[in-house]
Design a protein around this ligand. Structure first.
Ligand SMILES: C[S@@+](CC[C@H](N)C(=O)[O-])C[C@H]1O[C@@H](n2cnc3c(N)ncnc32)[C@H](O)[C@@H]1O
Length: 270
């Protein structure tokens, strides 16, 4: 399998953090879980694969003595990381996850959050991550944020779908095929992974989000499925979504309360 296409977030770095908010308490809890499960209290190397703006890598670098490495294709995203992490504890590498510039067996753990839907040949990424993990001990963590989506974003997407304007994911259509892929390899008797969902009772939260902020995020197309929608169609969809927002009890001054949870899977090759 040769590396294929992927979607870099280089163009949306300015808006990314405002539209993907996880409260600090939950980010710290995720860092604690990763540190505990990958034994990072003993040091070692941890890879945040597709580090983006460092939402997960920065709290981890604050918490544990391990050296955290963030890899991403988008320098503009990674430029946001430096101010968040203590100096020297986090290194950034511009790299395609399909061809990692790291030696085999180097990392105690690696994290993937919201990446594989962006990469056409996503199994290659899993193969690369397996290669760079410490044999038999290194863990791959796969995280996903569930819920938390505004009714207005759903409205925009439904209308876009009805116009056949919403692109399918370039990569994996969700986490389920990724877990199946990891487990299928295991059943075939190869070097397959065991996969478990971790207990994460503390990883639920609610957020109050102004409708105006949601409309701004939609307007700036920070969500990758929106990038290929033609400008004229996007403008029409935005106008319809604004109209829908005006029908809410307080119109454009309304807020939505969004409930989210973070689900974390751990995979390892015994
Ligand atoms: C949705 S963001 C997720 C970032 C971070 N994991 C988080 O959850 O905040 C996806 C990131 O993957 C990066 N990306 C996409 N394709 C990539 C590839 N082939 N190699 C490395 N990074 C890639 C994008 O540039 C972007 O920063």
């Amino acid at each position: 399998m040769t590396p294929g296409r992927f979607q870099s977030f280089e163009g949306v770095a300015d808006d990314y953090d405002q539209t993907r908010v996880i409260p600090a308490a939950q980010l710290e809890e995720i860092a604690r879980l990763l540190s505990r499960e990958a034994h990072l209290d003993r040091g070692g190397l941890f890879l945040d694969a597709g580090v983006g703006t460092g939402r997960f890598a920065a709290p981890l670098a604050h918490l544990c003595p391990a050296q955290v490495i963030g890899a991403d294709v988008a320098p503009a995203m990674m430029a946001r990381v430096a101010s968040k992490a203590p100096q020297g504890s986090l290194s950034l590498v511009q790299a395609d996850l399909q061809r990692l510039p790291f030696r085999a067996g180097a990392f105690s753990g690696a994290l993937l959050v919201h990446i594989l839907h962006l990469i056409e040949q996503w199994p290659l990424v899993l193969r690369e991550l397996h290669r760079v993990l410490v044999p038999h001990k290194g863990c791959l963590f796969l995280g996903v944020e569930q819920g938390g989506r505004s009714a207005l974003v759903d409205f925009y997407y439904e209308r876009a779908r009805a116009r056949h304007a919403l692109a399918a994911s370039l990569g994996s259509p969700g986490l389920a095929p990724v877990l199946t892929h990891l487990r299928r390899v295991e059943r075939a008797g190869g070097a397959g992974a065991q996969v478990v969902q971790m207990e994460t009772p503390a990883l639920s939260w609610k957020r109050v989000v102004p409708v105006a902020a949601t409309l701004e995020a939609l307007s700036g197309r920070t969500y990758s499925q929106m990038w290929d929608i033609p400008d004229a169609v996007h403008a029409a969809l935005l106008a319809e979504t604004r109209h829908q927002a005006r029908r809410m009890p307080r119109g454009l001054d309304s807020v939505e309360t969004l409930s989210s949870r973070f689900v974390l899977y751990k995979a390892w090759w015994g």
